[in-house]
Ligand binder design. Structure first.
Ligand code: PSV
Ligand code: MN
Length: 393
């Protein structure tokens, strides 16, 4: 990093100190595909143990101070108690993810189901999630609907949009003034013919109708192959409607692999749009969350690796020389502009990040620190008996 000026180093370090990445409770539990859920040792048996693992990730990385919950997977008797437990461990509870996709009733959809009784049940769950937010102090309600159809003619597309809009309206109106509704889209799966919220445009249209505190979530795994995700980021930022990311990597569909593992360049390009728009700071209101499943790799180190990958992409994005880039763009210097971006991408930021961690009293190498910590040996012997938390439970 000898070629970075003192001013650049100071600027990049200052921005990185403010970065916040939220980890998902479900990534700490067992997961798999529709073919097999592989059990791992030491996996949390309840939401408290998930929070404890999330706290370890934060202790080691310094940038993951909150953990998202998924209801009912993380149902507890006393949410305020869980929130207090999190604070004791140095973290907080983040977004509340609603789950209206796992009951038999939802075979034909949840909030878009043709049966008003099923719709009422689904809306009831969304409202319950807002009650939980009140108890946990969470700001964000994250909604993803598995709703859609498998066959042409199966249901009326426009009627389903009306039902969706009505459910979103009722939920939005229940939110407190400091709470937000985050609407997540996904191209397909589990529905294969038509999905009710398949893309950012549909999510955006519903958010516009609802009001300012309705924002779009970009899950990086939820697009057609080849989609220019950073374009979507730029458009939503411009409209003031980008609420959050669900970061993960994909090779094919919604693979939920470690973010930055399949395409670190894409992650960098996304973070460039964020940095250029001044949207990295917490006050910009964008929640940088992970949404991943560690089916075959050890979970806590995989989450640490993911957090570090986001941090690394961010550091590179911060290195883009904004004035040189603007000058090249103004001059129509295609190669020059591209070189500015590539110079940043090709910089090894790992020494700078090690410096940042040392300055914060952290181990410069969080992966090695975790391996040395003995935490895994402890949880694998302590967490015996009971039911390991897992996909769908
Ligand atoms: C759906 O595929 C999704 O991305 C949504 O965010 C869910 O809440 C999450 O995965 C976990 O199932
Ligand atoms: Mn997601």
């Amino acid at each position: 990093m000898t070629d970075l000026t003192a001013g650049t180093r100071a600027r990049v370090l200052a921005a990185l100190r403010l970065q916040r990445i939220e980890t998902p409770s479900w990534a700490y539990g067992n997961s798999g595909t529709r073919f097999k859920v592989f059990a791992q040792e030491g996996v949390p048996r309840d939401p408290y143990e998930k929070v404890a693992d999330a706290a370890v990730v934060h202790q080691l990385t310094g940038v993951a101070p909150s953990v998202a919950l998924h209801i009912p997977w993380d149902r507890v008797d006393d949410y305020a108690d869980l929130a207090a437990y999190a604070v004791d461990r140095g973290v907080s509870l983040g977004a509340i993810n609603a789950n209206v996709f796992q009951d038999d009733d939802y075979r034909l959809g949840s909030v878009t189901n043709p049966d008003p009784g099923v719709r009422r049940k689904a809306i009831g769950h969304l409202l319950e999630c807002v009650d939980i937010m009140d108890a946990t102090g969470s700001r964000d309600l994250k909604l993803w609907f598995s709703d859609g159809t498998n066959y042409p003619g199966q249901d009326d597309i426009r009627a389903r949009q009306d039902r969706l809009a009505a459910a979103l309206r009722e939920t939005y109106d229940r939110l407190g003034v400091d709470q937000r509704l985050l609407l997540e889209y996904k191209l397909f799966e589990p529905a294969f013919y038509m999905t009710d919220v398949p893309d950012w445009g549909t999510a955006y249209a519903h958010c516009l109708e609802l009001g300012e505190r309705a924002q779009v979530v970009i899950d990086t795994g939820h697009h057609a192959p080849g989609t220019n995700i950073e374009f979507i980021v730029a458009v939503l930022l411009r409209a003031g409607r980008l609420g959050a990311f669900d970061f993960n990597s994909r090779f094919y569909a919604d693979d939920d692999l470690m973010v930055g593992s399949a395409d670190p360049f894409q992650l960098f390009r996304i973070m460039v749009e964020i940095v250029q728009a001044g949207a990295l700071v917490p006050e910009a209101g964008i929640a940088f969350m992970l949404d991943q499943c560690h089916n075959i790799e050890p979970k806590i180190p995989a989450i640490i690796r993911s957090v570090l990958n986001v941090q690394e992409a961010t550091a590179k994005a911060l290195l883009v020389d904004a004035s040189a880039l603007a000058a090249a763009q103004r001059a129509g210097d295609v190669l020059g502009a591209n070189a500015v971006v590539m110079d940043a991408y090709n910089t090894d930021v790992r020494p700078l990040l090690r410096e940042l961690r040392t300055e914060q009293g952290l181990d410069p190498d969080p992966m090695a620190a975790y391996a040395r910590s003995g935490y895994f040996e402890r949880i694998r012997t302590e967490r015996v008996g009971g039911q390991a938390a897992g996909w769908g439970a």
